[in-house]
Write a protein that binds this ligand. Structure first.
Ligand code: ADP
Length: 506
């Protein structure tokens, strides 16, 4: 089976969050199970610097007016197609914004370009390789499905994965004319979304299957207050919506071999975490004592509940614990944490920035990782926390609810507890859960049992990869049955037959 994945970021080449981890780990996991996934990625500077031996396999003389070349490369076992298009992708800054954090004003065009190039590849523009299924991730890749449905391969089976419904790629109606789509795409069952163009919305309409990254989030986004305007559409297509939990790359996140940590360890040698804890305290300017260290590795945003955490920092300090924060994001929140580290020298350490290697050191040295998200599609840091014996303290939402077993009395007695949950995400319940953490930390046998149970939890990609494979197989099967019964169905009919979107009128 051949799958074409389309994504705007992929570990180890370019990463701003969990999407990159997933896009980087899934091809490896599928490969182990005999499925070939190739990935289309924009040619940002760091990507091009990494793939110096890439071969050009396709020239696109005009991709929305820019010349583009598709490069074929292999990165640590992952086959990728890099869309090299300097006019769109070679810029100083990140994938979505300039160095000051300002989003690129032509993001609508940049990611339409990525999608259009991906659709060309899916249609067979590269010799000798045509995928069986196209799998697009998030709004940046979603328009691939629009170009396919209105292009030469309208029946190609497609999947879209929602990694975060909060990011939808919504633009004004005036861009439609420039997207090189046929007029019939301007439709409530096409790209039109409340009078503008909705990239994610279009992907959700055109996809044969919709997945999101945890079962609980798949339910939550169908509720009006969590659906962010798309609950009507998602309910209308609920039979095509699946929640498949993200896994983690067990080789990359392994405390027994991790090159980024002071002392490696396993669940049988959790005591070795002490060395990492001392190292972390020193690097974060924290006092040298035996008190617990709570860590944060996060975007500093409202979604992640970082404003709630900023409000309870004083309580954490008062209860005798230390706090180590690694994050970047909202300037106000960055300021709030820096101010807290000033007020509580030795008790609160803050590093503003993005530092992949240091994230490993925090997990190895931390006793608990705080994730008070207001919503969380899956969340990866709690899974890394489990693997490193850095006990997750999480709000009971989305994938956090699905992956952490709360240390209530029954779970502790059964040896099943792996962390702490609280609900709803507010400061009152956050204070209470931190208090609960502190009390159980004070009972080492109980706390170690929770750490061990977490470290033994299997969150490897293999389980989830098998579910994606089953999904791809079903789509291929359905498509072959469909083409047997309707061998000459015209493309426009096909689009109409998919049009029961359930979208609420704008
Ligand atoms: P999201 O994608 O919503 O930001 P996830 O928990 O799914 O959240 O994934 C976040 C990923 O980004 C994890 O791999 C986490 O370790 C990493 N990460 C987040 N912030 C930082 C940071 N400041 N430095 C290093 N890694 C970070």
């Amino acid at each position: 089976m051949k799958i074409l994945s389309v994504t705007s970021e992929m570990y180890p080449l370019v990463k701003t969050g969990g999407l990159a981890d997933v896009a980087g780990a899934l091809p490896l996991a599928l490969n182990k199970l005999g499925v070939e996934m190739r990935t289309v990625l924009p040619g940002y500077d760091p990507v091009l610097q990494h793939v110096t031996d890439a071969q050009p396999v396709l020239t696109i003389p005009s991709l929305f007016g820019e010349e583009a070349t598709v490069l074929d490369a292999v990165v640590d076992g992952r086959r990728i197609y890099v869309v090299e298009c300097p006019g769109f992708f070679r810029r100083a800054g990140g994938p979505y914004a300039d160095i000051s954090g300002q989003e690129w004003p032509d993001n609508w065009l940049r990611f339409a370009a990525l999608s259009k190039a991906a659709a060309m590849i899916a249609e067979g523009a590269i010799k000798d390789w045509v995928p069986d299924v196209v799998h697009a991730h998030d709004w940046q890749a979603a328009m691939t499905l629009a170009y396919l449905r209105h292009g030469q391969s309208p029946t190609m089976p497609t999947v879209i994965t929602i990694h975060n419904l909060a990011f939808q790629g919504r633009f004004g109606f005036d861009i439609f004319d420039k997207l090189e789509l046929p007029p019939q795409a301007w439709n409530v069952d096409g790209v039109e979304y409340y009078g503008g163009v909705g990239y994610l919305k279009a992907g959700l309409v055109y996809a044969d299957a919709i997945t999101t990254v945890s079962p609980t989030y798949a339910d939550e986004i169908r509720e009006h207050h969590n659906g962010m305007g798309l609950d009507g559409l998602l309910n209308g297509r609920s039979e095509r919506l699946n929640g498949i939990l993200n896994g983690i790359d067990n080789d990359q996140w392994d405390p027994s071999t991790d090159p980024h940590i002071k002392k490696t360890y396993t669940h049988n040698s959790i005591g070795q975490k002490q060395t990492n804890k001392r190292d972390l305290a020193a690097r974060m300017g924290l006092d040298k004592d035996d008190s617990p260290i709570l860590v944060v590795i996060s975007r500093l945003t409202w979604q992640k509940g970082m404003d709630l955490l900023a409000e309870v920092v004083d309580d954490i300090v008062r209860s005798g614990m230390r706090l180590a924060v690694l994050g970047t994001g909202d300037r106000m929140l960055e300021g709030a944490f820096l101010y807290a580290s000033d007020r509580h020298r030795g008790r609160v350490g803050v590093r503003i920035g993005y530092d992949e290697a240091f994230a490993h050191a925090l997990l190895a040295g931390g006793d608990g990782i705080l994730i008070p998200s207001r919503f969380e599609p899956c969340g990866l840091t709690q899974l890394y926390g489990l693997r490193y014996g850095c006990v997750p303290v999480v709000s009971r939402v989305g994938g956090l609810a699905d992956t952490v077993v709360d240390a209530n009395e029954a779970a502790i007695a059964a040896g099943a507890a792996t962390g702490f949950q609280f609900s709803p995400p507010d400061t009152y319940h956050l204070r209470k859960v931190i208090d609960r953490f502190s009390k159980i930390y004070a009972k080492p046998p109980q706390f170690k049992a929770i750490q061990r149970a977490g470290m033994k939890t299997d969150n490897a990609w293999s389980n989830s990869a098998s579910r994606y494979i089953a999904l791809y197989e079903n789509l291929i099967e359905a498509q072959s049955q469909c083409s047997q019964t309707m061998p000459s169905a015209p493309a426009s009919k096909k689009v109409e037959s998919r049009s029961k979107s359930g979208l609420q009128p704008s």
